[in-house]
Design a protein. Structure first.
Length: 303
């Protein structure tokens, strides 16, 4: 991988289309998609917490060498960086971080990311990389400190569908209305991550480094325009492989658009609709960056 000239971070609330978007971009000749959520750079006790002093280097390395290297989910399926790296290469990267961090925190964390994930792009013979950990957007400021030339995409999905999907998970809230509240709180956490503050003044991310990508736009009536806009923003030319994948796999059916209507009865749908409209209105009043596309989608639906 050649530096960070072509590095795309995708994140969202969870069950928001991050995987679908990463797989799509991974079909371009310039981008390789990391097949798992790496997480060590953006989750709790990750690189963001390390650089901000919320966790020690020893604690970060302990989680990196343990939980992030290999873990087993509640369904018995293993996860972790062991899928991507040989143990000796992983250990060498950890040792390098440990040695370099005291004198060069930013450089050491940057090298750790490239040491662990750069080989994904190298094996694919591509110059760039796409990483899809859901907390990427929440840690956007940190990631842009490490990689100023990278791009952060916020994968956004209709909160009713996202909540319906989340409520069906063992780790999700109990019921779709509660999951809508969970979804809205995740958007608030993302907003706090996107907005920075220095000497009492708040600032956002430059427009050419950050973009909201609404899943429904990529599978809706104007999907071709949304697809072309995404490629244009990323500075990518359309190609047969990615174009064919988009046409074949990125569809309303594959995205389960409107699943909340299909899976809920009339009374439950009415409750979810009221809760969702209140949530979007609250996010709008707070100035959340996700509110405008969510409101626009609601207005298109009403029309």
């Amino acid at each position: 991988m050649n530096g960070a000239a072509e590095l795309v971070f995708i994140g969202g609330t969870g069950r928001s289309g991050t995987h679908a978007l990463a797989r799509l971009l991974g079909h371009h000749s310039r981008l390789a998609d990391v097949p798992i959520e790496a997480r060590f750079h953006c989750n709790k006790r990750g690189i963001g917490d390390l650089l901000e002093g919320r966790v020690t280097l020893a604690a970060h390395l302990a989680k990196l060498r343990g939980f992030w290297w290999h873990r087993v989910r509640v369904d018995g399926r293993p996860r972790g960086l062991y899928n991507l790296a040989r143990r000796r290469d992983f250990d060498r990267a950890c040792e390098r971080l440990e040695a370099d961090y005291p004198d060069d925190p930013i450089g050491a964390c940057r090298r750790l990311f490239l040491d662990l994930l750069g080989p994904v792009a190298e094996r694919a013979g591509k110059p760039g990389l796409v990483e899809m950990s859901s907390h990427n957007v929440k840690e956007a400021q940190t990631l842009l400190r490490l990689f100023p030339e990278s791009i952060v995409l916020h994968a956004l999905r209709d909160g009713r569908d996202s909540a319906t999907s989340v409520a069906g998970k063992t780790w999700g809230p109990d019921g779709v209305p509660a999951a809508i509240d969970w979804w809205a709180e995740r958007l608030r956490a993302i907003e706090r991550g996107v907005r920075g503050e220095e000497d009492g003044a708040s600032y956002g991310i430059a427009a050419d480094r950050f973009r909201v990508v609404m899943l429904e736009d990529l599978v809706g009536p104007e999907r071709d325009a949304a697809y072309e806009d995404l490629l244009r923003f990323l500075g990518l030319e359309d190609e047969p492989a990615i174009g064919e994948y988009f046409a074949r796999e990125v569809t309303a059916e594959a995205a389960h658009v409107g699943r909340w209507r299909a899976e809920l009865g009339p009374l439950a749908r009415a409750r979810v609709q009221r809760r969702y409209r209140r949530a979007v209105s609250a996010l709008e009043a707070e100035g959340n960056h996700a509110a405008p596309p969510l409101r626009a989608a609601l207005e298109r639906e009403a029309a």
